[in-house]
Design a protein around this ligand. Sequence first.
Ligand code: GLN
Length: 547
Amino acid sequence: MTKYIFVTGGVTSSLGKGIVSASLAKLLQARGFKVTIQKFDPYINVDPGTLNPYEHGECFVTEDGAETDLDLGHYERFLNTFTTQANNVTTGRIYQSVIYKEREGAYLGKTVQVIPHITDEIKRRMQLLAESDYDIIITEIGGTIGDIESLPFIEAVRQLQWELPEGDCLVIHLTLVPYLKAAKELKTKPTQHSVKMMSENGVHPDIIVCRTEQPLTRELKNKIALFCNVKLDSVIEAADANSIYEVPLLMQQEQLDIIVLKKLNITWYPEPDLTIWKGFLAKLANPKSTVTIGLIGKYIELQDAYKSILEAFIHAGAMNECKVEVLDVHSEFITIENINDKLQGLDGMLVAPGFGHRGIDGKILAVQYAREKGLPFFGICLGMQMSVIEFARNVLHLKGAHSTEMDDQAVDPIIDLMEEQKSITQKGGTMRLGSYPCKIEVGTLAHTIYGAELISERHRHRWELNNKYLDAMQAAGLKASGINPETNLVEIVEIPSHPFFIGVQYHPELKSTVEKPHPIFVHFVKAALDFKKTQENGEHTLAAEMI
Ligand code: GLN
């Protein structure tokens, strides 16, 4: 029997529903339950694949090739399990299915309405993952209570609460308890209003989780319990944390997992095993050294655009007992004149994925800088493609080398549109998406990193390295060390004569988790540490020579 937990948000957005959901899931998983988390987003896009990162941050890609909300990345990083297409549903997808069925004549002449047809489709999808034998399914409802768009989802929760056996379903409401500096007081009124609004829609929270900058006193918790009609032990404090990875332990201190289990009528459960998690947190809190990695990208103002990359650095840093400082460098503003100033002091460089022309000249200059100076280099997707263009232009002297994504008349189309992409006109969900195998050549850097000959990684791209240029590239020193065994698409390039230079067509950041940091990130951080040490030794030697 699967149990259901719904998580709604009140007062404002950005309270961290995804992190609270993932933290609760982690605690339940640590007690031996099979848990998954899904996100229902009220916007009308069929999936976030067509959304600009400025609108919605990174697009997270699952193993089965779904373009999803970035919260799914948190779910995977916390739980160390894969999510699927079914774990992210939008209003657009719900309507798409309902309208498709209507065109098929499946509603037999009925008037198709929000209730029951849209809500039925929401409920069907809310329960879909139960077929995979989960003990507990946590469903995060995107948006904030009061939004017109989220109403059908709240109504679906109301109906499910009514239909499911008692004790099989509960609702957690995450709200903000703001601190008014001038009054030196925490305020509960926004929470009261948000719960009231939710109750007007027929859904009453069983547990209220309060985001707060200041500790909640017992008196204040009492007040929320009384006015919001929940038990005192069901008012949970969610204080600001130094790292999102501390939140499971904060929630454990508040006994969120125990209260949830009690309310779900689960009476027997083992003690939680959080050994690996706590080991990770201990390393995270006590780094022995620091490295600075330059992140060369064009969405630098926006932390969420490179979410998985930043988290992968946190995992890899802890593994190396080292703090990774990420220095954001806007590729659009890198020029030959300022590049030394902008990039000096880096111990490693990551050139980010991306689409379109903006900022690519700066990316190419940055690759050249890393290649020539022996600075550890890691290029992801567009970052890898830029490293191939840089090599072609400056080592093979093909001055007209370019990607046809930016210049469809390129003299040397060193990066070209994949054959199967040429006939595609629809934008949504049509890239080369999800997991594909890659065969690695023994004896290469990639082989040392993975310690395996056959790997599988996730993709999101339309262009690829043009194999017509491969022999010339390899002869000049850029090795294709990983290749798709079925199509010969180049997945990994490296420069064996460089201390650490790797570019990958796929997105390794999507598979890095707390319990399984991604090996490329781990080796890259290690290479940055080594680079830093050689630089420091070099300075010492110089200083010694001067005496
Ligand atoms: N724009 C490039 C392509 O489609 C790279 C994509 C990416 O970086 N995710 O191939």
